[in-house]
Design a protein around this ligand. Sequence first.
Ligand SMILES: Cc1cc2nc3c(=O)[nH]c(=O)nc-3n(C[C@H](O)[C@H](O)[C@H](O)COP(=O)(O)OP(=O)(O)OC[C@H]3O[C@@H](n4cnc5c(N)ncnc54)[C@H](O)[C@@H]3O)c2cc1C
Length: 505
Amino acid sequence: MAVEHFDVVIMGAGLSGIDAAHHLQKLCPKKTYTIIEQRERIGGTWDLFRYPGIRSDSDMLTMGYSFRPWTNPKAISPGDLIRDYITAVARDEGIDRNIRFRHRIKRAAWSSQETQWTVDVVRTLPDGRDEPVTLTCNFLFSCAGYYRYSGGYTPEFPGIERFQGRIVHPQAWPEDLDYAGKRVVVIGSGATAVTLLPAMARTAGHVTMLQRSPTYIVSLPEQDKIANWLRGVLPAMWAYKLSRWKNVALMVYVYQLAQRFPNFVKTGIVKKVGEALGPDYDVATHFTPRYKPWEQRLCLVPDADLFQAIKSGRASVVTDRIEAFTEKGIQLESGKELEADIVVTATGLVMQAFGGTELSVDGRSVDPGQTLAYKGVMMSGVPNLASVFGYINASWTLKADLICIYVCRLLKYMDRKGVRQVTPQAGNETAAAPFVENFTPGYIERALASWPKQGSKAPWRVYQNYIRDTISLRWSPVENDALEFSNPPKASPEAAPREFAEAAK
Ligand SMILES: Cc1cc2nc3c(=O)[nH]c(=O)nc-3n(C[C@H](O)[C@H](O)[C@H](O)COP(=O)(O)OP(=O)(O)OC[C@H]3O[C@@H](n4cnc5c(N)ncnc54)[C@H](O)[C@@H]3O)c2cc1C
């Protein structure tokens, strides 16, 4: 069978993949592309996660696309509305016609001789059988998110097999789970746990959030009054842009404040929690983290719903460590036992780069952990490949938009100059920091060894700063000493980048 060729193959039809397709259609309309999506639907994260209360924990005015106003009055939005928004963009722009569902990219091999990627895909047929499909492309754009889809992270809990109740991971929420009137324990203290607690407490008998240590929790109004007012008096796009910039400015301000005056910000956040829960509540034990604000993602809760659930008595927080599971529940190190009918392990994700794709360049396999990240978008020594990794301290889409624009600028530049291959070359730059710095949730720390590293200076730094990235990705010239543009006549082992030469030893 003839192998199909595209200018660009996009991996993933989530928030970023649809963003990438929009920008390609708009800025590089002559480029052919296809989106390869392993699942059956658009939306990625916002289709996969189905646990009660699933919602954004950043505001949709910055998490929406720059080019499509978010018009729902809810700024902190339920997951299904986000999925509908992404799907509507794909439908309205005809992007959905270019998606191949139930296709998973397994391997991608770059050949300098051919100046193209050969992409090995597994297609799942309606009867469940797998069939191999091969594509080629000039540029591979990974929009595969940052975690493994096949299963979340569950630590090894001693005695878990003894537990007689049901154990559920939020990444694989069972449709049939009936928790009305039941005793539920949610293990974890991150965004998922604080979402689940009030949502399940509405009908469960009682919900306990069992955490090893507290997280910073900030309550924000579910509706952004200024954005909703602006929408009433201005055209939708103007209102959206103004609200977006308002929130970007606020976010940059709060983040910088937290970096410079962590104790001041910490005191402010903890005081607000105390006000919400009342003077008798033990805020010091349950809501006063040991780390500085933003060393781990700050959790937003809409309209203080978490605190209201706790005050109502339908939910509670226990700060303790698990000794072992028992038949009836969980034995804690303090000696207490938490009885439960259902235990939800909101214990995180397994991070995964490039959707688990095995990459190789001219026959040598790529270990992303041995490369440096160029502008947080490409990898040293790997030609014609970009990927989206959004912000950890702000909405993912802010960075996804910038990366998509940057990739289109790069492709247009290459067309103008008549070059087919672009490779970031690290030269003397060496690894100086992990891909994500000063951010220590377990699931990130567990994975950083296998992610590209940061160097000591630009363009090898990965910023968590929208303003700096706007300058770097949108306004700076594409041409850069660290980028090698070429039309290689044929692959030569001598020309192989340092990382791969070492990896091959
Ligand atoms: C529960 C949860 C809540 C979150 N809340 C927020 C929030 O409030 N704000 C925020 O900014 N961020 C949030 N995030 C981060 C979130 O992942 C981003 O908002 C955004 O959804 C990422 O979009 P994406 O398209 O890059 O990745 P994903 O949404 O993960 O989509 C990736 C797509 O690629 C597909 N794919 C992966 N590997 C392959 C392969 N090998 N072959 C083919 N297809 C493949 C997947 O099936 C999926 O459809 C949250 C994440 C989670 C898990």
